[in-house]
Ligand binder design. Structure first.
Ligand code: UDP
Length: 392
């Protein structure tokens, strides 16, 4: 007979900035119910410089750090290190459930490690699909694998739920909760801190149409990224009232192209990666966002800002259907056309702010926590963590 454990131990594993942004609201809610839950927060260390400022910003306690970061490691090396470093933590902690988020190799390898130990896995942001296993790579495959490994699926939208159902996932294991990025973004917007670095950029671009750019995805590297950056420079040169602000990702492939193509123009501002408060405030002051990021596709509708997506496909069609985002594809000349269309007829830009946010209203963390509470305290809870592992 299994001995009921109380409070229930929920272990989270995360290693990149989007995972921190999206798990923080869930962790906060879980930690607000100490009589029901005990949290164990584990960092994989997949990213280092871009990760720790986010952990500090959201005030997340790190109980274990797997410290798997190595220069230029491959997805297989990340996966192997997570599998070997995470297992002893699971063995020591024996959580009731592992929560992972999204599509990183940390999340996929963590879910596999938990599965091997028969620990149930909850997947936040489940059911996203681009339809092409090689793009985004390796994230699209990671998502699909996590779906197979997970016990509970927290889908952001109805469309994500439909996708999971079509893949044969049981309806009673899927919960539509919105995306916790909206919770985090709202919390950050409410803070209104002093941000000298951004205030300086905003004052020097005051009255201009600001384009905020991010690009760092592997699929964009090489000719596509080079072409897109040249198009953006030409666009700024052609239009006196336009400024470009580009927080440049630390990846050397991006830094090198950004410096060689975009330097030395008074209306082009290159910065190092921004803190989340800085970045969100900058987005809120944009005329247009141009990005290949996944999270930015959810942030643009939340802020009511138009977005050109620098990708061939998207796993977030809701942003396009809501009218906020447009898909550029892989041809820089198409980007040029779309930029000219946007400035030639601003009706799209002005209409965007008025649409409903398809990714929720900022209560996702609470909803996921309430669902977890009813699961772990309900009659159907199998408690298959410690009990079955010990029985093996
Ligand atoms: N972001 C940030 N500072 C920056 C650029 C991006 O805080 O200089 C945030 C952005 O708001 C988004 C997240 O980082 O929420 C996106 O991370 P990334 O593009 O690495 O991952 P993806 O969203 O593509 O999975």
């Amino acid at each position: 007979m299994s001995i009921p454990k109380s409070p229930h131990k929920i272990l989270t594993l995360f290693g990149t900035r989007p995972e921190v942004i999206k798990l923080a609201p869930v962790i906060r809610e879980l930690e607000g119910r100490p009589q029901i839950f005990r949290t164990i927060n584990v960092a994989s260390g997949q990213h280092a410089e871009l990760f720790h400022p986010f952990v500090r910003l959201f005030d997340i306690r790190i109980d274990h750090n797997l410290e798997i970061m190595r220069e230029n490691q491959t997805p297989n090396q990340v996966c192997a290190r997570v599998l070997s470093e995470f297992e002893p933590i699971l063995a020591q902690q024996e959580p009731d459930l592992l929560l992972v988020q999204g599509d990183t190799t940390t999340a996929m390898a963590g879910a596999l490690t938990a599965f091997h130990r028969r620990i149930p896995v909850g997947h936040v942001e489940a059911g996203l699909r681009s339809g092409n296993v090689l793009s985004p790579y390796p994230e699209e495959m990671n998502r699909r694998l996590i779906t197979r490994l997970a016990t509970y699926h927290f889908a952001a939208t109805e469309h994500n739920r439909e996708t999971l159902l079509q893949e044969g996932i049981a309806a009673d294991s899927i919960f539509v909760t919105g995306n916790p990025v909206v919770d985090s973004l709202n919390a950050i917007l409410a803070r209104k801190p002093r941000l000298p670095r951004i205030e300086e950029i905003l004052s020097s671009t005051s009255g201009m149409k600001r384009i905020v750019l991010t690009t760092h995805r592997r699929e964009s590297f090489g000719e596509i990224m080079e072409g897109n950056l040249r198009v953006l420079r030409r666009f700024v040169e052609r239009h006196d009232g336009v400024a470009l602000i580009f927080p440049v990702h630390l990846n050397p492939a991006v830094v090198e192209k950004a410096k060689s193509i975009l330097s030395e123009h008074p209306r082009i501002h290159l910065t190092s990666p921004l803190g989340y408060e800085e970045f969100v405030f900058l987005l809120s002051q944009a005329w247009l966002i141009v990005s290949d990021s996944g999270g930015v596709q959810e942030e643009a509708p939340t802020l009511g800002k138009p977005l050109l997506i620098l990708r061939e496909n998207t796993e977030r069609p809701e942003a396009i259907q809501s009218g906020v985002a447009r898909l550029v594809g892989g041809d820089p000349l198409r980007l040029e056309e779309m930029l000219e269309e946007a400035i030639g007829d601003e009706s799209w830009i002005t209409k965007v702010g008025k649409t409903e946010n398809p990714f929720g209203c900022g209560d996702s963390g609470k909803r996921i926590c309430q669902i977890l509470e009813s699961l772990v305290t309900g009659p159907a809870w199998k408690g298959h963590g410690r009990t079955q592992t010990n029985a093996d």
